[in-house]
Structure formats: structure tokens, C-alpha cells
Design a protein around this ligand. Structure first.
Ligand code: SF4
Length: 297
């Protein structure tokens, strides 16, 4: 259900309604296929109970604005916002219709019959800083699009790209070593061969067909626990280590006294920060919270 807790103008409600996600006539979209099966199932089970407040739609508004503006500026020789449906036969005998929405498909400049596929991401400078080679989920998503285009439209795919639009870029941030020096960055993504793409799609379908799937650490965006070297009367860590041994080895190098090692629990960022829409209905998360006490609340 769409709510408007902060009484924003009606246009925001209208946007949220028009933007309600639809995967059309498919069983699953590419973005859900590559994501956690448990989240997909819990969304389906609780779709009538899930609330979305219009004030939480800011990134959706920005993303939609980017897509809409770039769609209206596209030249005639490219294909934009193309939704593709493809029926996949799984070894279990089930037939699954997968859909994918391709942001941009352009003619390959190096051959007569190939295409370059791009996906727009509105993200932060930090996202690009730490994903110069792309993220695994970007590679999975774009290669699923390539698979759909090859299977359904018989297209040859010559390149895959993320076009990252850094919404918080500034000249000052751009001048810091390691940060992107322009606000719009193209990231080339490796193309899989057809066998790898088919196996990946089949494996993901198998995961989604399992009755008892739970979220993996990667699905939960788990940040592993760390060992912090702390000093008395100082609130922040002097240095963080992956292992207790490394943290203890560092202690003798420090001048003065009052240093000690403190363990910081791993954190399930997606579950604990309301990034997961279905966390209120998730038994795995409620069990984890119970086991961890309140350190992951
Ligand atoms: S709350 Fe966490 S464990 Fe539960 S579905 Fe969401 S991401 Fe998965």
C-alpha cells in the first residue's frame, strides 16, 4: 500500500502509483532472478501488506527521471527501454517466463550486425570508486539481458556497459585520488559465452524453485565482523583488522598505554537498515536478531 506519512503534495503519490512495479506477463524479472529467492517469495506472499511511503521514493524519482530524459533524447538508430520476455525450460520440467528491461541497445561501431547493451545506474561516487571493474550483480544482470537478446531476438551482443551517474559528484570529490573524475562513468562489463549464461540462468531458476531457500551472506549484504584496536577515552577505533591475531600483533607497535582489542559483530546491512522491504515478515531475520541480541537491530 502507498502511504504519504509526511503529507507531501499529491504529485508524489501519483508518481508512486504510476511507478508501482510490474513484471508484466512474466514469472520473474531478471532483477529478481539474480537476487535472493527468499525476498522474492516473501514479497509475493505479503504483497497486499507491504507499505511504501512516498517520502522513501527519492531514489526511484531520480532513477525514473534519468531513464525518461535519456529515453526522450535517444537517436533513431538505438533501441531504448526494451522489455524482453523469454520462456526457459528448466530440467524439472517447469517452464519459466523471464523478463528483462534493457535501458539502451546501440549498434556496435566495429561490426555490421552486433549491439552494445547499456544499463543506467544512478549511484554515488563511492559506488564507482569501489566498483571500477563493475559489481558481480551488474555482471549477472547485463549477461542475463544478453542471454535474453540472443535467445529471443537472435541478436549478436558485442559489448555490455554500466553507465554510472554519480548523483553526489562534485569537482572537489572528483579531484580525490581513486574517485571518478567525471560525474558520468562508463564501466565495461565482461560478456559470458552462451554456455555460461545458460548455466547461470538455470542455476538461478533452481534456487528460486527450492522450497526452503534462505538469504546468503551476500544477499544480506553482510559486513564481516572486525577486530578493532581501541584506546581508552577514544570513541573510534585506532585501526581495524580482519583477525584477532593481526590486531594483537599491532598492539606492541603503539606508543603509550590504554590500548585494547574489541570484537565488532558482523552486520547484516540489508536486513537491519530497512533496505529489505520484507524484513518485517522474515523469519530468518527475526531468528538472527534473537541469536545476536540487539547488536544487529
Ligand atoms: S530481512 Fe534479510 S534475511 Fe530476511 S529476506 Fe530480507 S535480506 Fe533476506
Amino acid at each position: 500500500m502507498i502511504t504519504n506519512k509526511h503529507n507531501l503534495p499529491k504529485v508524489f503519490e501519483n508518481f508512486a502509483r504510476s511507478n508501482e512495479y510490474s513484471r508484466g506477463e512474466s514469472d520473474i524479472s531478471v532483477t529478481s532472478l539474480i537476487d535472493s529467492p527468499q525476498i522474492f517469495k516473501l514479497k509475493e506472499l505479503n504483497k497486499d501488506k507491504l507499505d511504501v511511503d512516498v517520502s522513501d521514493q527519492i531514489f526511484s524519482i531520480l532513477g525514473t527521471a534519468v531513464h525518461s530524459i535519456l529515453e526522450s533524447s535517444a537517436s533513431d538508430d538505438c533501441i531504448v527501454e526494451e522489455r524482453i520476455f523469454h520462456k526457459v525450460k528448466h530440467p524439472s520440467g517447469k517452464q519459466i517466463i523471464i523478463s528483462g528491461a534493457v535501458d539502451l541497445r546501440e549498434k556496435c561501431p566495429d561490426c555490421a550486425d552486433g549491439w552494445i547493451v547499456s544499463d543506467y545506474k544512478t549511484c554515488t561516487v563511492n559506488t564507482v570508486r569501489y566498483a571500477r571493474e563493475g559489481k558481480p550483480e551488474w555482471e549477472n544482470q547485463l549477461n542475463c539481458y544478453a542471454y535474453l537478446l540472443r535467445s529471443e531476438r537472435k541478436q549478436k551482443i558485442c559489448g555490455l556497459r554500466i553507465i554510472a551517474l554519480c548523483r553526489d559528484w562534485s569537482a572537489q570529490k572528483g579531484s580525490i585520488a581513486g574517485n571518478p573524475d567525471t560525474p558520468i562513468v562508463t564501466i565495461e562489463i565482461p560478456i559470458w559465452d552462451e554456455d555460461k549464461a545458460i548455466s547461470f540462468v538455470q542455476e538461478r531458476i533452481s534456487e528460486h524453485l527450492k522450497e526452503d531457500s534462505i538469504c546468503s551472506p551476500a544477499d544480506r549484504w553482510m559486513r564481516p565482523g572486525k577486530y578493532a584496536v581501541m584506546r581508552e577515552k577514544r570513541a573510534t577505533a585506532v585501526k581495524l583488522f580482519q583477525t584477532e591475531e593481526d590486531a594483537n600483533e599491532y598492539l606492541p607497535q603503539l606508543r603509550g598505554g590504554g590500548y585494547y582489542v574489541q570484537y565488532r559483530e558482523s552486520q547484516n546491512i540489508r536486513c537491519m537498515n530497512n533496505y529489505c522491504e520484507v524484513s518485517a515478515y522474515c523469519k530468518q531475520w527475526s531468528d538472527m536478531k534473537e541469536a545476536l541480541g540487539d547488536s544487529n537491530e
